[in-house]
Write a protein that binds this ligand. Structure first.
Ligand code: UD1
Length: 422
């Protein structure tokens, strides 16, 4: 078993450069297979999910390669792609593999794919995606974990989402970009990653208006062509390093970000008393001040992202007073709290709510990353704990945080990996 080990107590200082957004990238890669010539994604994040999506393109008979001095470009050539069923292997390892549903349906009018994997955060149905595809004219069959969709033709439709699901909005946008006529998605998700996808598809020749608002209009086109696209910065990686700096830094600049995407987090931290200076494309956090407990609820964008809830819970263990956190998006996203309690935290979880009794000293322990952002919350706890913390299930962390050892070592942390007997 591989462990990330961290010796806590170091005061962090310096600059950390944020990578491109994972949740954009994992939608952009499947969308790129609709282009009839290569698509180059600039500043690709060096995370495991990208490799897995690349492998899926390989399974389909397409090609991908890294380019540039630091492998920062990712080039997807889908000219040889065939409609091969994606039943096992990488498809089961990440949630975003479901974007191949929309992409292959648009390209071939038929798709067969295994159910997507990813973090367990409570039940994560994809009924809204499937209803959207049905509205566009597809028939959907599900059998033994395999989804099979077929359409004579895809025809634009008016689709109202019961909940503004990020994944369903993206999947319908991808499929509708090549449907006949106009599709209108009402109650669409507004996350920045949706705007990023819209920009890529429009540069490929699609006709999408309204991304970033609750109503997205997609006028289908016959053909899409290759392009170059610069991916937006990762607001969740940025938010994680901001929370980390608030907990463990003397002074850290979080660079290459769009602060506007992080407004809800920044105001919440200011309410806690964190010293945070906002600039055009960076923020600087000066830690070590007394911080006070706050309550918050996660919500859809522009509210406080559920993905930042777990890193913030770790910060609340250091605040004065009692903080109450409700996750309105996922029903089971508090499994990190049990691990934090092993390190000295005092957190009660009741249903979708965590009650954090702050001001606790943390100590090193062996803990498990139960999902990706749980991993981030444990890394933050380890940085402020006395002694050495050993974090297992490192593969979760590697799905979303590129070069985490290098980035933290550059800030003065003591972090390394070791493989031990399980
Ligand atoms: C995306 C992000 C994830 C983030 C989440 C919410 C990616 C790859 N992942 O996940 O990091 O935490 O947005 O911001 O971009 N739901 C249904 N039926 C559906 C679809 C969703 O009931 O068909 C429910 C989900 O179970 C969940 C809620 O809606 O409770 C939000 O899901 P959604 O916005 O779709 O999140 P994901 O796209 O899965």
């Amino acid at each position: 078993m591989e462990l990330i080990k961290i010796e806590g107590g170091k005061s962090l200082k310096g600059t950390v450069k944020i990578d491109s957004a994972k949740n954009s990238t994992v939608a952009l890669i499947p969308a790129a297979i609709l282009a009839e010539s290569p698509v180059t994604l600039e500043n690709i994040p060096q995370i495991v999910d990208v490799k897995r999506l690349g492998e899926m393109i390989g399974q389909l008979g397409g090609h991908y390669r890294y380019d540039g001095d630091g492998n920062e470009d990712f080039i997807i050539d889908s000219t040889g792609i065939e409609n091969v069923p994606l039943l096992d292997g990488p498809v089961t390892k990440l949630r975003a593999s479901y974007y191949f549903l929309g992409a292959l349906l648009a390209k071939f009018k038929e798709v067969k794919i295994g159910m997507p994997g990813g973090c367990y955060l409570g039940p994560r149905p994809i009924d809204l995606h499937l209803k959207g595809f049905e509205a566009l004219g597809a028939t959907v069959e599900q059998d033994a974990g395999v989804i099979h969709m077929k359409a004579e033709r895809l025809k634009g439709a008016k689709i109202y989402l019961d909940f503004p699901s990020v994944g369903a909005t993206i999947n319908i946008m991808i499929a509708a970009s090549k449907a006949e006529g106009t599709t209108v998605i009402e109650n669409a998700a507004k996350e920045p990653e949706i705007v990023d996808l819209s920009n890529l598809l429009n540069n490929m020749g699609a006709n999408i208006r309204g991304a970033g608002t609750g109503e997205i209009r997609i006028q289908g086109v016959d053909r899409l062509m290759g392009t170059r696209h610069a991916i937006i910065p990762d607001r969740i990686e940025a938010g994680t390093y901001i929370a980390l700096a608030a907990a463990a830094a003397e002074e850290v600049k979080i660079d290459n970000i769009i602060p506007h995407h992080l407004e809800a987090l920044i105001s919440k931290l200011q309410e806690m008393g964190v010293d945070i200076e906002v600039n055009t494309d960076s923020v600087t956090v000066r830690g070590k001040k007394t911080i006070k407990a706050v309550d918050f609820k996660t919500s859809i964008y522009p509210g406080l992202a559920t993905d930042l809830q777990q890193p913030l819970v770790t910060l609340l263990t250091q605040a004065e007073g009692i903080g109450k956190v409700e996750d309105t998006i996922y029903s089971d996203r508090f499994r990190n709290c049990y691990e934090l309690n092993k390190m000295g935290a005092d957190i009660d979880v009741v249903g979708r709510t965590a009650i954090i009794n702050g001001g606790k000293s943390m100590r090193g322990a062996r803990v498990m990353a139960t999902d990706l952002r749980a991993g981030a919350s444990l890394v933050i706890a380890a940085l402020i704990a006395d002694g050495v913390t050993e974090i297992g299930n490192t593969y979760h962390i590697d799905r979303g945080y590129a070069n985490i050892e290098e980035k933290l070592t550059n800030l003065g942390a003591k972090i390394w990996r070791e493989t031990v007997e399980a």
